[in-house]
Design a binder for this molecule. Sequence first.
Ligand SMILES: [Zn+2]
Length: 69
Amino acid sequence: MSQDSSVSSLSMVKCQCGIATRIFTAFTPTNAGRRFYKCSKPNGYKCDYWKWVDDPLHSRVANLIHNFP
Ligand SMILES: [Zn+2]
C-alpha cells in the first residue's frame, strides 16, 4: 500500500458527479496536514474534481487575533 492521503469523512461539498466528496488529508512535504475535497468514487470512475478545504475556524481565529487590542 502506498498512499499519499487518508480518508477522514464525507463532506457536504459535491463534485462534478453530483455526489458528496470525501475529505482527504495531504501528506506531501509542501502541504502536509492540509485537507482537500476529492471525488469519492473508486479509482477509474472518479472525476478530476478536488478543492482545498478552507477551514472557517482558522479564518475566524485570524480575525480575532487581528482585532485584539
Ligand atoms: Zn466525482
